[in-house]
Write a protein that binds this ligand. Structure first.
Ligand SMILES: Cc1ncc(COP(=O)(O)O)c(C=O)c1O
Length: 452
């Protein structure tokens, strides 16, 4: 090979080089290498054809023929095996982001003319997906209050195929009783043909598989943003759908054609840093979260605190039942939602703005930034940030207060977090907050097109 290469022009040899090593194989490195190749050497036309033939065909013999990153590649597959394992699922398919995974779940499980039922409170972009994009495909949705699962049967239509919710919900941390929803859905499915069955899909991003494993409660599919607690360090975006093996191939085919693939570099990083540190990060942050939630609950400037671990919470009993770590201990997570005191909603909103502005300017341990599940503690204002795509009246219906604040607790010392919170709470006087007359990212021209 070396001698043959001598016959070629240096510019050509610059391109081809060696690019192969008999010395590099996957068996011995403790940390697997990162796959940096979008395409793979196929050796022969027969091997190429076989690779395509075997792709997304469970049951066919798998010769592990990699063809092209968007189809499959080793880093994503290693991560997917790990994710299926930690979530207690049969298979996992990763995507470029949490929204990529959620849109894939809807794309695979729903088609034109069908319908989904969702809990009314959810992440802003999921709301936007359901309200701005799915109707263009003639997929409609009904939103209900699934904290009362008895409301489900009345919302389900013959063409309903998916029941979708987050638990805990973003940002207000409502808890939905998964076993109760699954029971309602099982009763409805008992009267349906298999091809018309309803699937329960849960976004488990807030809890992470460390605190809660929805598949163990009978849920059909779980979706996650990997960008949050599962990656943990704020360096990678990703998403995953985990569920039964029956759907593995269709999710792979969907990903191949819609193209929202996770990069091998991010898969490697989540697999190498995120997952191995998940339990220890969550244990530590969760301890601080309970401490901070109690501190806030007792603070005179705070009107309301929601944290699944607070006994006085509306959904404490359900949270206690379903949020459990791998040892079976109550695992209420690392997210806190709270509202400040104020005589009117406007005054509360202004106090909130003053508070986060103080944190943004002065706090050492708390950063004003969206996202969550990070090693650093993050604070944000859902009404104008993560949930801005949702019009204000709809925000109110889903329980988002205009002054509500969301905290994601990180790995800092809890006493330091309370020190920074105390300083900002002391400053939480009503102040100018800017205009928040309507949801900022609603796409008016598209809504008109849909209405037409
Ligand atoms: C509950 C929840 N689901 C999904 C997403 C979307 O994840 P990503 O940003 O990775 O697309 C988010 C993002 O904040 C979220 O909070």
């Amino acid at each position: 090979m070396k001698d043959r290469a001598q016959q070629y022009h240096p510019a050509t040899r610059l391109i081809h080089g060696r690019m192969k090593s008999e010395a590099w194989e996957y068996g011995h490195p403790l940390v697997p290498p990162i796959s940096a190749s979008t395409t793979f050497r196929l050796d022969s036309s027969r091997r190429g054809a076989l690779g395509f033939q075997e792709y997304a065909r469970t049951g066919e013999p798998d010769h592990h023929i990699y063809i092209y990153d968007r189809l499959r590649e080793p880093n994503k597959e290693m991560l997917e095996e790990d994710l299926a394992l930690v979530a207690g699922g049969e298979m996992a398919v990763t995507f470029a982001s949490g929204m990529g995974a959620i849109s894939a779940a809807f794309g695979v499980l729903l088609k034109a003319g069908e319908h989904l039922v969702a809990h009314r409170a959810m992440y802003g972009c999921t709301h936007s997906l359901i309200h701005n994009w799915l109707p263009r495909l003639n997929i409609t949705a009904t939103e209900i209050d699934l904290t009362d699962p008895d409301t489900l049967p009345a919302a389900v239509r013959p063409e309903t195929r998916v029941v979708y919710f987050e638990t805990p919900t973003n940002p207000t941390l409502e808890i939905i009783d998964m076993a109760a929803v699954v029971e309602q859905v099982a009763a409805l499915n008992a009267r349906r043909a298999p091809e018309e069955r309803l699937y329960v899909v849960v976004d488990n991003t807030f809890a992470t598989p460390y605190c809660q494993r929805p598949l163990a409660h009978g849920v059909d599919f779980v979706v996650h943003s990997l960008t949050k607690g599962l990656s943990g360090f704020g360096t990678d975006m990703g998403g995953v759908v985990i569920g039964p093996q029956t759907h593995h191939d269709v999710f792979l085919l969907y990903r191949k054609d819609f193209g929202g693939v996770l990069s091998p570099r991010s898969a490697w990083s989540i697999m190498t840093y995120g997952l191995p540190s998940l339990a220890v990060r969550l244990q530590r942050a969760q301890e601080s979260a309970l401490d901070v939630a109690r501190y806030l609950a007792e603070h005179p400037a705070v009107a309301r605190v929601v944290y699944p671990g607070l006994e006085e919470g509306r959904h404490f009993a359900v949270a206690q039942r379903q949020m459990r770590d791998y040892q079976g201990r109550f695992a209420p997570g690392i997210m806190i939602y709270f509202e400040l005191q104020g005589a009117t909603p406007e005054a509360q909103q202004q106090a909130g703005a003053q508070f986060i502005n103080h944190l943004a300017e002065h706090a050492y341990t708390i950063t004003l930034a969206v996202s969550l599940g990070n090693v650093r503690t993050l604070v944000e204002h859902p009404s104008s940030m993560t949930h801005a795509p949702i019009p204000l009246d709809a925000q109110a219906e889903m329980g988002i207060h205009p002054g509500g604040l969301r905290l994601s607790i990180g790995l800092e010392d809890a006493a330091d977090l309370k020190r920074d919170l105390a300083a900002a709470l002391a400053e939480a006087e009503p102040a100018y907050v800017g205009s928040m007359e309507s949801g900022w990212w609603v796409l008016p021209q598209m809504n008109t097109a849909i209405a037409d």
